[in-house]
Design a protein around this ligand. Structure first.
Ligand SMILES: Nc1ncnc2c1ncn2[C@@H]1O[C@H](COP(=O)(O)OP(=O)(O)OP(=O)(O)O)[C@@H](O)[C@H]1O
Ligand SMILES: [Mg+2]
Length: 329
């Protein structure tokens, strides 16, 4: 059986508009932008895969390609064995995409009426549609406001309605772009619970973009960090810290010579207590949620292969003072 998601050497370049098109609409970019630069990875059926990465690193672009809303520049992506370009229709049957910035609901209709409209598009009419809406609303605890008008919804309620719509079709593969972005802790907790239930009980495969490391650690089976066009798979979830305010001690076992990266770490204000020999590089990283990707990037640029990563809470005395902290791009 093919994996749920299979991506091989996927590339996406955005080109600036030229000629007349450039004059007619302000081009968002002035030079070629290699957003995805040869990604290869697989997500297995039933897995919850977390996608992290800095703003603009291409997370939403990757989801759009997997959902057939955008064609890649090169390479290929398959969903349940179907190619996202050649078998677009088959992919769409199997994929539910929930985007963060939702604008397609009818403001004057209630949540339930909106869902009825979309259920009908999935071929779920009458009783079957009503039942499916009840199921999904129960899963997301939307009972209280399902019959309120959409224009009276809070941001979090709107987000849940988007997710509810994504779940209506019973898609086998769900692509969620920052599903908990505007939710309060209780609401994100029960939404994450719903996501786990979908994977555990319904066997759904879920790829979820998030900026919250703690959330990714809580629900994801595996995590990938997208940065500078490349995806770094993180197999050890404990190897990425808890986010703001934390510092962790990392030991990278790398080949061929870990010392290659040592000098360049001087430019990273968030890194301290660096120890290095040919096979290992140990250092303390402040706020690893933001900064770990930069170190991984550096190791990649220096041609190092990471064989293994260990992490531990940083000893208090090793933490660098705020005066040493600086942002490095
Ligand atoms: N249609 C487009 N035309 C030109 N550039 C684009 C287009 N769509 C995205 N980009 C650029 O591609 C890069 C990646 O965008 P994307 O939305 O995928 O990032 P992201 O990782 O989802 O970021 P965020 O965390 O802010 O949501 C950005 O620099 C963005 O400006
Ligand atoms: Mg995005």
């Amino acid at each position: 059986m093919p994996p749920a998601i299979d991506v091989q050497n996927l590339r996406k370049t955005f080109y600036p508009r030229r000629g007349l098109a450039r004059w007619l609409s302000a081009s968002p970019i002035s030079h070629d932008l290699n957003v995805l630069d040869g990604l290869s990875f697989q997500v297995q059926r039933g897995e919850i895969f977390g996608l992290l990465g800095p703003n603009g690193s291409g997370k939403s672009t990757l989801l759009r390609i997997l959902a057939t809303l955008m064609h890649p520049t090169g390479g290929e992506a398959r969903v349940l064995g179907h190619d996202t370009v050649r078998d677009e229709a088959r992919v769409r049957e199997n994929v539910g995409l929930v985007l963060g910035d939702e604008r397609s609901f009818y403001w004057r209709l209630t949540g339930r009426q909106n869902l009825r409209f979309f259920a009908a598009l999935y071929g779920l009419r009458g009783r079957a549609g009503a039942r499916r809406i009840e199921e999904v609303a129960a899963l997301l605890f939307m009972g209280d406001y399902l019959d309120q008008r959409y224009d009276a919804y809070s941001t979090g309620m709107r987000q849940k309605l988007s997710l509810a719509r994504g779940l209506l079709g019973g898609a086998a593969v769900l692509l969620l772009d920052e599903p908990t972005r505007a939710l309060d802790p209780a609401a994100s907790g029960n939404l994450l619970g719903a996501i786990q239930t979908l994977s555990r009980d319904a066997g759904a495969t879920i790829m979820m973009v998030t900026h919250r490391v703690s959330e990714a650690r809580a629900v994801c089976d595996r995590i990938g960090i997208l940065s500078k066009g490349r995806l770094k798979l993180v197999s050890d979830l404990d190897a990425i810290g808890d986010g703001a305010g934390s510092a962790k001690r990392y030991t990278f076992h790398a080949a061929p010579d870990a010392r290659r990266a040592e000098k360049s770490l001087d430019g990273f204000g968030f890194a301290s207590a660096v120890q290095c020999d040919t096979t290992t590089l140990s250092l303390t990283i402040e706020e690893p949620a933001q900064n770990l990707a930069k170190v991984l990037d550096l190791l990649g640029r220096k041609g190092l292969r990471i064989l293994h990563v260990e992490s531990a809470d940083a000893p208090a005395q090793r933490r660098v003072g705020t005066d040493r902290r600086q942002e490095v791009g």
